[in-house]
Design a protein around this ligand. Sequence first.
Ligand code: PEP
Length: 250
Amino acid sequence: MRRKIVAGNWKMNGNRQFAKKLVEDLSSVAGELKDSVEIVIAPPFILMADAVQNKTSDLKLASQNVSNFDNGAFTGETSADMLAEFGCQYSIIGHSERRALFGDLDGVVANKVAKSLEKGISPILCVGETLEERDAEKTLDVIRGQLDIALKDLNEQQLKQVVVAYEPVWAIGTGKTATPEQAQSVHAFIRNEVAVKSQLIANAMPIIYGGSVKARNAKELFAMADIDGGLIGGASLKFEEFSEICKAIG
Ligand code: PEP
């Protein structure tokens, strides 16, 4: 059976007290559910130390971004090396907010994937189409293009470490979720694209869905054959809601 992952992307929210409490509470849920799902949190960089100090090893840590440079005169950046030192196991790369607002275009995304893999951090590679692209029936072309550029230089050892998150841009933070069938068809497409490189790796790769996942719709999304969990934004800031989403797996 494939590894299931539910990751909470806190974005630019929270403070030290919030982080301590949520991380303590989620650590016990992560312990209870560890045989069925890996629970991951992605706090803002500045709250990572609080997260690390207050979580157990059952709760995994992700960054929301990583630098495409190693070290040096890059003001405001955080390197994969620094993240690895904090025990970061995952890095969200190519989130649509980063692509749209901070110039993380496909080439930059590919560099960030490579940098995180160099330090043993699994990229959670986000791909997804805008509403205009969906309406123009370009969804699969867009996804193929994003995957091709991000994954093209990876060898099999590296590809094995990758998690893909399908996040239709029109579903992020909007309350509009893709239907389970819409999401499933893109997830199956992503798996087939990876299978062109390696069927074995494609079969084992967690492909998670993101876009207005809530406790009320998680179960039907996670029931689909190629949906292996979720990348959760707004709902990951509420302990009860996020725990319910995690419990909706399996
Ligand atoms: C996200 O930011 O990755 C996300 C899926 O956000 P939301 O769950 O709020 O739509």
